[in-house]
Structure formats: structure tokens, C-alpha cells
Write a protein that binds this ligand. Structure first.
Ligand SMILES: O=C([O-])CC(=O)C(=O)O
Ligand SMILES: [Mg+2]
Length: 288
């Protein structure tokens, strides 16, 4: 399968001894830039999927079809392995299985399934979790849903900041026993918390947003953390750039006087212009 080598690259990060930062990717342009800059992996967060596709906040309004289609576009544009935040799997355990099938055919290298109750329940202001048993069922469904065994399935929990560290550990141990490939934690607040998790589990660890003293990759690598997220600044920077450019134009700045535009060289690289030209010369009988 064409996507297998991407999955094997993600697996080699997980089985290695270093901790890497993924590039935050959300569309064809951002994934090519991340690839060109040498990121070993892309992270497609649910929050940036919602923002890029819908312009909405991260409140589970995006559909599986929309998420998978955006992943498919990125898979076509670049061979960078991508870890997809598949939220709660878009429903119950049966939906999780379907989610895995769709993201696998869309070319994801790996995906996370979390045990958060989503979408938020009526009248609840605080984030809720599903039961550990339901979480295990979702992990089993995810593993059962893949037809390429190299697709990476990660069990994810935010229990550390929702219920307790002990609960996060119990859940992680149960997901490990269910057979997931890695554990993804959010809401870890200190080195002591991370160290307790590392001691109580065996699988490679992925850290979602983490505080400042959990940023040193050497330290994280020693705690079996193989991937550490750094948020999603690129889409925020893109928003600011589009805002500044549209504002300047609206206020009468001449297009040629605009600041902050990419060079022709960068634009051409992002478009893979040289490859398209070569292909055109070959297939359309054009001169190079
Ligand atoms: O997975 C991530 O990148 C963090 C997250 O949940 C999101 O951005 O939706
Ligand atoms: Mg998310």
C-alpha cells in the first residue's frame, strides 16, 4: 500500500529514542511547508481541522467526511506522515471503527481516539469523560477497523486534568492492554505527573499541550515521550497574515506595496511548480 512507508516512518519515531516536535498541518500548503522544512511528522489537530474547514471553534461540529477529505487532500499534496486527531471517533465504538476505515483510506499515518465525552452534554460546562469500559471498547474498535496493520492507533486521555492522575494512569493501562500502539496524554502539568505515567506504563508516549518545564526534548525522550506537540501557531499566523493583507488592501494600499508576501521562489516551491512544468512539457507537449 502506498501509505505504508508513511506509517512506518511514524512507527520508527515511536520505536526510536528521541522526542520530536511535529509540524502543525491543516491543508495542502501547510503540509508541504512542514515537509520542506524537515519536520519528521505532521499533526492534524481537531481544532485546526475545524478552523480550516469550517472557520469554527473546536466544539465537534466538523463531520468525519470533512475531516477525512481534508486528510486526503494533504495526503495527495505531500508524503509527510500525519498523525490525525480523530477526537472521540465521531460517535460510539462502531463509529470509531468507521472513522479508522475512513482515515486509513485517506492516508493518515496514525490517529488518536480520546475518551472525552463529545460533543459536550446538555447543561455541562466542564469536560466529561466516558467510562473506562467504553473507552476500552473504542480502542478495540479502532484496532479492529484498520486493514493496514501499520496504521498507528493511539489511545488518548485528558483524565489527568479532568478527573485525576490516577484515573489517567488506569485508563492508559487499560488502553495498553487493549493493544493500542501508543498513549497520548493531554493535561499533564508537571514532571512529577509525567514521571508517574512513564513508570506505570510501557508504550511510547505522546504529549499534547504541556507546560514550560515539559519542553526540553532530551528530558522528554528520557521519559519515553516520542512526540511532543507545540500547539497550532501556523494557522494562527496565517490568520494574522490574511487579516493584515486584506486590511491593507481595504485601506487603499496598492497591491505592489503590500508587506509580508512570499517570494515567487517560495510560492513556486509550495506549488511544486517545477514538477508541474516538467510534467506539462512531457505530457502537454510544451517547451520546458
Ligand atoms: O491534537 C492536537 O493537536 C491538540 C488538539 O486536541 C487539537 O488541536 O484539537
Ligand atoms: Mg482535539
Amino acid at each position: 500500500m502506498a501509505f505504508r512507508s508513511r506509517r512506518e516512518k511514524l512507527r520508527s519515531i515511536l520505536s526510536g529514542s528521541a522526542c520530536v516536535h511535529p509540524g502543525s498541518v491543516y491543508d495542502a500548503i501547510s503540509i508541504r511547508i512542514a515537509e520542506d522544512l524537515g519536520f519528521p511528522l505532521g499533526m492534524f489537530g481537531g481544532s485546526v481541522a475545524s478552523l480550516a474547514v469550517l472557520g469554527d471553534p473546536d466544539v465537534t461540529l466538523i463531520t468525519l467526511t470533512e475531516l477525512a477529505e481534508q486528510m486526503r487532500r494533504m495526503s495527495r499534496a505531500s508524503a509527510l506522515p500525519v498523525l490525525v486527531d480523530a477526537d472521540h471517533g465521531y460517535g460510539n465504538a462502531l463509529n470509531v471503527r468507521r472513522t479508522v476505515q475512513e482515515l486509513e483510506t485517506a492516508g493518515a499515518a496514525g490517529l488518536t481516539i480520546e475518551d472525552t465525552l463529545l460533543p459536550a452534554a446538555f447543561g455541562e460546562t466542564k469536560t466529561q469523560l466516558i467510562s473506562l469500559e467504553e473507552g476500552v471498547g473504542k480502542m478495540k474498535a479502532a484496532l479492529d477497523g484498520r486493514s493496514d496493520a501499520s496504521l498507528v492507533i493511539m489511545g488518548r486521555t485528558g483524565a489527568a486534568s479532568i478527573t485525576s492522575l490516577d484515573d489517567a494512569i488506569r485508563r492508559a493501562q487499560a488502553y495498553e492492554a487493549a493493544g493500542v500502539d501508543a498513549l497520548f496524554f493531554t493535561g499533564i502539568k508537571s514532571r512529577a505527573e509525567l514521571e508517574a505515567i512513564t513508570a506505570a506504563t510501557r508504550l511510547p508516549i505522546v504529549l499534547g499541550g504541556a507546560p514550560e518545564d515539559l519542553n526540553a526534548t532530551d528530558y522528554l525522550a528520557g521519559q519515553r515521550v516520542r512526540i511532543a506537540l507545540q500547539g497550532h501557531a501556523p494557522i494562527a499566523a496565517a490568520t494574522q497574515a490574511v487579516y493584515e493583507t486584506q486590511k491593507a488592501l481595504r485601506e487603499g494600499t496598492a497591491p505592489k506595496a503590500l508587506k509580508g508576501l512570499p517570494s515567487a521562489e517560495l510560492t513556486n516551491r509550495v506549488m511544486r511548480d517545477a514538477e508541474v512544468k516538467a510534467r506539462s512539457a512531457d505530457l502537454l507537449g510544451l517547451k520546458k
